[in-house]
Design a protein around this ligand. Structure first.
Ligand code: FES
Length: 609
C-alpha cells in the first residue's frame, strides 16, 4: 500500500472513531447545557446539616489524648456533641485515603460513628418524606463514588428517586446524595469525558488516546491535503472567476482563446465553451479518452499514470477530467472547435428491464442525424433537483426497488454520455438505454434526469461521436460481449451487421445479466438467431429462475468455454461493453488466451453515466 493509501486508510478509520465520540460529545454537551444543575447534582432533597451545640461541661485538654502521633487535632461537633478529630495523615483531597480518629471531647474516649448516629445525620440532611430502608458501611471501591478511597456509610431511602446518602465515617460529614438524577448526570459525565472505565475523572488513558487519535486525524488530513495540492487536485472554490486559455485544436491546427471557469476541470470548462473532448466515462477518470497536451509540465495524478503511457506523460499529455483550469495556460486537444449540438424531443420512454429505460428522441423537424453503429452522444444535464427513484416504474418491477428511498436530491448539472442502441439507416429515431444509477442518498445525474423525461420534453445533446465501431473487415468473426446498458452499442453493431447482409461472417452475442427480467432485448436477439444462420446468441444469467434453460453463471465462464472454438482458424474480433469489472476480467481472459490486443475493442462506460 502506498503512503497516500495508508494515510487515507488511517484517516478514514480514525475519523470513524473520533466522529462517533463527537456525536457523544454533542449529545452530552446538550444535556449539560439544558439540565437543572441543582437537581442533576442529586440535591433535590438535600439540605445542609448544622451540628453545632453548646458546651455543657469543660472539655478535656486534647493533649491528654492517648494518641501522640497526630498531624493535627480539630474540635468537631456531631449531632451537637463535641469530638476531637485527630488527623494522622492528611492527603490533599478528602476522597484520598486518610487515617483519622474521633475522641469524645468530654471523656477522651475513642468514638466510632455507629448506625443510629449515621441514620440520624442522614435524616437531617434529607428533606423528603421517605424512610430509611438500609444502612451499611461500604468499603472502597464505592460504585457510586468512584474516586472515594475510604470506607463510607451508605444510607438508602425508600423514595422514587432511590436516594442514597453517603456519610464520611470519620467526621459525620455528608459526602453526597446520589439519586436517579445524579446517576444520569454521572453517566453523562462519563460519556462526555470518555470515562468508560468509571474512574471519576477525565485524567485517564482513553482520553489521552482520543487526543492522540485526533492528532493523527489532523496529521493524516494535512498529509492528504498536501498531496492533493501537489497533484493539482485541490479544488478551491473560486466563485465563477474565469481564465483565458489558448486552445489549439487538432487536426485542423486552429487556435481559439477560451475563457473557462477557473474552478472547473479542463473537461467541464471546455464543455461549457462548447468544445467536446472524448470522455467515455463522463469525467470518472477511468476511460483515459479525455487527453490534452499542456504547454506546462503538470503534476501527474494517479489516473494520469494508470491510463496514459509513460511516453504520453513525458510529452505532456494529461487527462482533462483530472486537472483544473486554474493551473493551465496553453493546451492542445484532439477535438474540433465546434461540434454539432441538437435539441432532441422525447418521443417514447419505457422501462425495458427493472433498471434500464429505453428512451427515443427525434431531432428538430425529424431531421436524420448521421452516425456509425456504436456511436454515443453527450447530453447536457442542467443543474436542479431530481427524483431518486422513478415516478413511472411498472408495477411488476416494484420488487426490485423496495430498498430505494423516495425523495429528491439537488445537483449542479454536468455532461453525461450515452451510446445509441441503433444506427442511422434504420430510421430517424435516436434510441438510448439509460440505466438508473443508484447511490445512497442520490441517483445518477444523467439517469435521473433523462429517466424522468416525458414524451414531448426536450433535451440538448451534442455528437454523435464515434470511437467504438465494427471494423471494416468483412472476413472476420465478431464476438460481442456485454451486460446491462452496455448492450446499447452492441445492439447497434448487430443490426448494422444484419443490414449489411447475410453473407457476413458469424456474429456472436454473449449477454450477461442477473435474471430473465434484466436481459434487455432478449426476445429480439432470440428471433434474430432463429432467423439468421450466422448470428449466435448466448444469454447468461447469474441468478436465473428455476425455469431458465440457458447458460448459467457469468459471461467470463462462457468465454472460457468457447474461446478455443473462436480462436480456431478464423480471425475473431471481440467487442466489449459493460461494467468495468466485467470488461477487465474478460479482457484478461482474452489476452491470456492469446488474442492480440488489436482485435479487442472496448467501449468503457464504467462511470459518470
Ligand atoms: S478519464 Fe477523463 S473522461 Fe474518462
Amino acid at each position: 500500500m502506498s503512503l497516500l493509501g495508508f494515510t487515507k486508510s488511517i484517516h478514514k478509520w480514525v475519523s470513524v472513531a473520533v466522529g462517533l465520540q463527537v456525536i457523544v460529545w454533542i449529545g452530552t454537551g446538550g444535556y449539560f447545557a439544558l439540565v437543572d444543575h441543582h437537581v442533576a447534582g442529586g440535591n433535590a432533597s438535600k439540605t445542609s446539616v448544622n451540628h453545632q451545640g453548646v458546651k455543657t461541661k469543660p472539655l478535656i485538654p486534647w493533649m491528654n489524648l492517648t494518641e501522640q502521633s497526630a498531624e493535627s487535632v480539630k474540635l468537631l461537633w456531631i449531632l451537637e456533641q463535641p469530638y476531637y478529630q485527630v488527623i494522622h495523615t492528611k492527603p490533599e483531597h478528602r476522597y484520598q485515603k486518610h487515617y483519622v480518629q474521633l475522641f469524645d471531647a468530654y471523656s477522651g474516649e475513642l468514638f466510632v460513628l455507629t448506625e443510629p448516629f449515621v441514620k440520624k445525620i442522614a435524616n437531617r440532611s434529607y428533606t423528603g418524606t421517605a424512610n430509611v430502608i438500609a444502612v451499611s458501611l461500604v468499603k472502597p471501591p464505592v460504585r457510586e463514588l468512584p474516586r472515594e478511597e475510604n470506607a463510607v456509610w451508605k444510607v438508602s431511602f425508600d423514595d422514587p428517586s432511590h436516594t442514597n446518602v453517603y456519610i464520611d465515617k470519620n467526621s459525620g460529614r455528608v459526602i453526597s446524595h446520589i439519586d436517579d438524577d445524579r446517576r444520569l448526570r454521572d453517566l453523562m459525565f462519563r460519556l462526555h469525558f470518555m470515562d468508560y472505565g468509571n474512574s471519576g475523572s477525565f485524567n485517564h488513558w482513553l482520553i489521552v488516546s482520543a487526543a492522540g487519535l485526533t492528532l493523527a486525524l489532523s496529521v493524516t488530513g494535512g498529509v492528504w491535503l498536501i498531496f492533493l495540492f501537489k497533484s493539482g487536485l485541490l479544488r478551491v472554490p473560486l466563485a465563477k472567476s474565469r481564465k483565458h486559455l489558448s486552445v489549439r485544436h487538432l487536426p485542423s491546427g486552429t487556435t481559439s482563446d477560451l475563457a473557462l471557469p477557473k474552478a472547473d476541470t479542463i473537461l467541464n470548462g471546455l464543455v461549457e465553451a462548447g468544445v467536446f473532448l472524448q470522455s467515455r466515462c463522463g469525467g470518472g477518470g477511468t476511460c483515459g479518452t479525455c487527453k490534452f497536451k499542456s504547454s506546462k509540465n503538470l503534476p501527474q495524478t494517479t489516473a494520469d499514470q494508470d491510463l496514459l503511457s509513460p511516453e504520453q506523460l513525458n510529452r505532456g499529455y494529461r487527462l482533462a477530467c483530472q486537472h483544473f483550469v486554474s493551473g493551465i495556460e496553453q493546451i492542445e486537444i484532439d477535438a474540433p472547435q465546434e461540434v454539432q449540438t441538437y435539441e432532441l424531443t422525447t418521443v417514447e420512454t419505457k422501462f425495458i428491464t427493472p433498471f434500464i429505460k429505453e428512451i427515443k428522441f427525434t431531432a428538430a423537424g425529424g431531421k436524420r442525424i448521421p452516425y456509425r453503429a456504436g456511436a454515443y452522444m453527450s447530453f447536457i444535464i442542467p443543474g436542479g433537483t431530481n427524483f431518486i427513484r422513478p415516478k413511472d416504474l411498472p408495477q411488476h418491477y416494484e420488487r426490485y426497488w423496495q430498498q430505494v428511498p423516495s425523495g429528491t436530491f439537488t445537483h449542479q448539472g454536468g455532461v453525461r454520455h450515452y451510446s445509441l442502441a441503433t444506427y442511422d439507416s434504420l430510421d430517424n429515431k435516436l434510441i438510448f438505454n439509460v440505466r438508473w444509477q443508484l447511490h445512497e442518498s442520490a441517483a445518477g445525474l444523467g439517469s435521473s434526469y433523462l429517466g424522468a423525461l416525458n414524451v414531448g420534453d426536450k433535451v440538448i445533446a451534442s455528437g454523435p461521436f464515434s470511437d467504438f465501431f465494427a471494423s471494416e473487415n468483412e472476413v472476420v468473426r465478431r464476438v460481442l460481449i456485454g451486460a446491462g446498458s452496455g448492450l446499447a452499442p452492441l445492439r447497434a453493431i448487430i443490426w448494422e451487421q444484419v443490414e449489411l447482409g447475410s453473407d457476413r461472417h458469424e456474429t456472436w452475442l454473449i449477454q450477461g445479466a442477473r435474471n430473465e427480467d434484466e436481459l434487455a432485448y432478449s426476445e429480439e436477439f432470440e428471433t434474430l438467431s432463429e432467423e439468421m444462420g450466422n448470428f449466435f446468441y448466448l444469454p447468461t444469467l447469474s441468478s436465473p429462475s428455476c425455469n431458465w434453460k440457458g447458460k448459467q453463471g457469468y459471461v467470463q465462464q462462457v468465454i472460457l468455454g468457447q474461446i478455443k472454438h473462436w480462436l480456431n482458424g478464423e480471425v475473431t474480433e471481440f467487442y466489449l461493453c459493460g461494467p468495468s469489472k466485467m470488461m477487465i476480467e474478460v479482457e484478461n481472459i482474452l489476452i491470456n488466451s492469446g488474442v492480440p490486443s488489436e482485435l479487442i475493442f472496448k467501449d468503457d462506460f464504467s462511470s459518470g453515466r
